[in-house]
Ligand binder design. Structure first.
Ligand SMILES: Cc1cc2nc3c(=O)[nH]c(=O)nc-3n(C[C@H](O)[C@H](O)[C@H](O)COP(=O)(O)OP(=O)(O)OC[C@H]3O[C@@H](n4cnc5c(N)ncnc54)[C@H](O)[C@@H]3O)c2cc1C
Length: 328
């Protein structure tokens, strides 16, 4: 794999900008007043609303992933897009910058970007979404995470999981692992149902096991109710268990309820707020950003947190983009 240098990063961003036709949207740096970091549904919608409320406001949306605002439909295991197109942002006068926010210097009110630039702001809003947390599980190294994709917000992992399912043998065994703290419970339930539906259609003799590390049986009940309503599906076991170690090469999963082997594993890991929130001092011990109902950070009164990164957020599209009466 090629090393990921700053030069390569900037080059690939500019290539992405060109592919999306947004190079002309790049504003002159240093002029932005309100910076919105993160072009998912929460950040993109907030940027749009800021301009609708005050057409004279200078609003710059910073997103590191050139595909996020591209408007393509998510695949089977994908995360929905921003729901706001580049065209809409452009028409509303929102500037879009493809770069990664690396740090915030609150004292001088400047944002540092991965490309090396620094940018002054009067106001900053963070919508960095979530990122995987390293559980320190024995055997769950980078190779294992590659073999057993979480497919939890990464389009590449979603494609890899779909390809692995496509290669599953007729009587294969698929395991969906859910951690104790599930960042998106609705998505977890949906994932189990999507896997079960896919197996019923494509591999009716295969098995599905859900290893559920959560403290309640709520998702299990809803899963069984949903499958029963549809006339009983493939052989599916929902097991409450904590994973204690793995060997991805042989397909072995050790749990506090015993050992099992799998052919395809969708290994979902716990999440916390995106790393920028921690770097900027906006998270607490839970890894999430405590804030009031209006999104004002309880760690720093001058920061606003939007979307999934908020502590206690519902972490659905609706929860990430409150109605027109919302705080932004
Ligand atoms: C696999 C999956 C499937 C889902 N399916 C559904 C569904 O069907 N229905 C539903 O209602 N909800 C669904 N959700 C939940 C929904 O996607 C989220 O609640 C919503 O996307 C949260 O929006 P957000 O803007 O807060 O964060 P995100 O959508 O995660 O966006 C955050 C953005 O910030 C960018 N970013 C992060 N850090 C930086 C940085 N330092 N600099 C620049 N950019 C940065 C990221 O690239 C990303 O684009 C799903 C979630 C997942 C993971």
């Amino acid at each position: 794999m090629q090393p990921f240098t700053r030069r390569r990063f900037t080059t690939s961003l500019l290539a992405g900008a060109g592919a999306l036709g947004v190079a002309g949207l790049l504003p002159s740096l240093g002029r932005a007043r309100t910076l919105v970091i993160g072009g998912g549904p929460a950040g993109a919608m907030a940027a749009l609303r800021l301009r609708h409320r005050d057409p004279a406001a200078e609003v710059l949306l910073i997103e590191r992933d050139p595909t996020r605002l591209g408007g393509s439909a998510p695949g089977a295991f994908g995360q929905p897009g921003a729901g706001v197109t580049l065209h809409e942002l452009d028409a509303a006068g929102v500037g879009v910058l493809l770069d990664e926010a690396a740090a915030i210097d609150w004292r001088s009110a400047r944002l540092e970007l991965f490309s090396g630039r620094r940018m002054a702001f009067d106001r900053v809003m963070l919508a960095p979404g979530t990122a995987a947390v390293d559980e320190g599980l024995p055997g769950l190294d980078a190779t294992a995470r590659h073999r057993w994709p979480a497919a939890w917000g990464s389009a590449r992992e979603a494609q890899r999981l779909a390809a692995q399912l496509g290669a599953l043998s007729e009587r294969g065994h698929v395991v969906l692992r859910l951690p104790r703290e599930i960042s998106h419970p609705e998505v977890a339930l949906d994932r189990a149902l999507v896997l079960a539906a896919w197996l019923r259609r494509a591999r009716p003799d295969a098995r599905l096991t859900v290893l559920d590390g959560s403290d309640t049986g709520a998702l299990a009940e809803r899963f069984h109710a949903a499958t029963a309503r549809r006339g009983g599906w493939i052989e599916a076991t929902w097991q409450r268990a904590q994973v204690t170690g793995v060997d991805a090469e042989s397909g072995r999963i050790d749990t506090d309820a015993g050992r099992l082997r799998a052919d395809v594993v969708n290994f979902v890991t716990p999440r916390s707020a995106g790393p920028l929130a921690r770097i900027a001092g906006l998270t607490d011990g839970s890894g999430w950003c405590p804030c009031d109902a209006a999104g004002r950070s309880l760690q720093r009164a001058d920061a606003v947190i939007l979307g999934d990164a908020r502590k206690g957020a519902r972490r659905t599209l609706e929860g990430a983009t409150p109605g027109p009466g919302g705080s932004v």
